[in-house]
Ligand binder design. Structure first.
Ligand code: PGA
Length: 249
């Protein structure tokens, strides 16, 4: 039976008090059998959320990291700092980082390298824009993002290898990708990473307008190993419904 990852990216939706309150409620929940869950709070709330979740089944990850350990980089938070605050995972190359903040494949690679050196599992986000999809470039874009991230990397034994397929047009739009199409592209991602990392098999999560009503269609798809959710993960009730609808037992 596959492990199902249920990851909640809180983006910039929850302030400090709201994040702590949400973490406190989540800490009391029992996850469905066969699932692994993590939340990705803001840098501001990270330590307080980590403290709330310390004895729970829910792990914590960073939304973004900087690769240099420490120094004069005003406004940045390093992977090392997140490590010291208890991060298990970190998102890398989220579409909002790539498109709103102009992050490149090269920067995503630098973040990946810093994270794996520290033992934090990167969750690489890949996905095509609406225009790239319309122009038939989806496969090409995904392969370029994967090549930039993984070429020449020796994946550390025991580190989870997780990729989130998040079509940019589906993120926050209320227009999810059809599960059959997400499954097809996840299969392609698995194949491409298998070549780049010499036989390794990644867990591919789907992200983009996931809701309680559609989550089962993704987690039951053969090539999809979970979901990365933002909007519907920032309210306790809607997230709880997603958790309940994702049980593999
Ligand atoms: P959404 O965002 O669930 O609000 O569509 C997903 C994401 O950006 O990870």
């Amino acid at each position: 039976m596959k492990t199902v990852y249920l990851f909640a990216n809180w983006k910039m939706y929850l302030d400090y008090d709201e994040s702590v309150a949400m973490a406190r409620r989540l800490a009391g929940e029992t996850l469905p059998a066969g699932t692994v869950s993590a939340v990705f709070p803001s840098a501001l709330s990270f330590s307080a959320v980590a403290e709330e979740l310390r004895k729970s089944q829910v792990a914590i990850g960073a939304q973004n990291v900087y690769w240099v350990e420490r120094g004069g980089y005003t406004g940045e938070v390093s992977a090392q700092m997140y490590k010291s605050a208890g991060a298990t995972y970190a998102l890398v190359g989220h579409s909002e980082r790539r498109h709103l903040f102009h992050e490149t494949n090269r920067e995503a690679r630098q973040k990946m390298e810093a994270l794996i050196a520290l033992g934090i599992a990167p969750v690489l986000c890949v996905g095509e824009t609406a225009t790239e999809k319309k122009d038939g470039q989806t496969e090409e874009v995904l392969e370029a993002q994967l090549r930039a991230a993984y070429t020449g990397i020796v994946w550390p034994a025991g580190m989870p290898l997780i990729i989130a397929y998040e079509p940019v047009w589906a993120v926050g739009s209320g227009e999810p990708c059809r599960p059959e199409e997400a499954d097809r592209l996840s299969g392609l991602i698995i194949k491409a990473v298998g070549v780049l990392l010499k036989g390794a098999t990644p867990a591919v999560l789907y992200g983009g307008s996931v809701r309680a009503e559609n989550v089962a269609g993704y987690v039951s798809s053969p090539a999809i190993s979970g979901v990365l959710v933002a909007g519907a993960a920032t309210k306790f009730d809607t997230w709880k419904k997603i958790l309940a609808a994702s049980g593999v037992s």
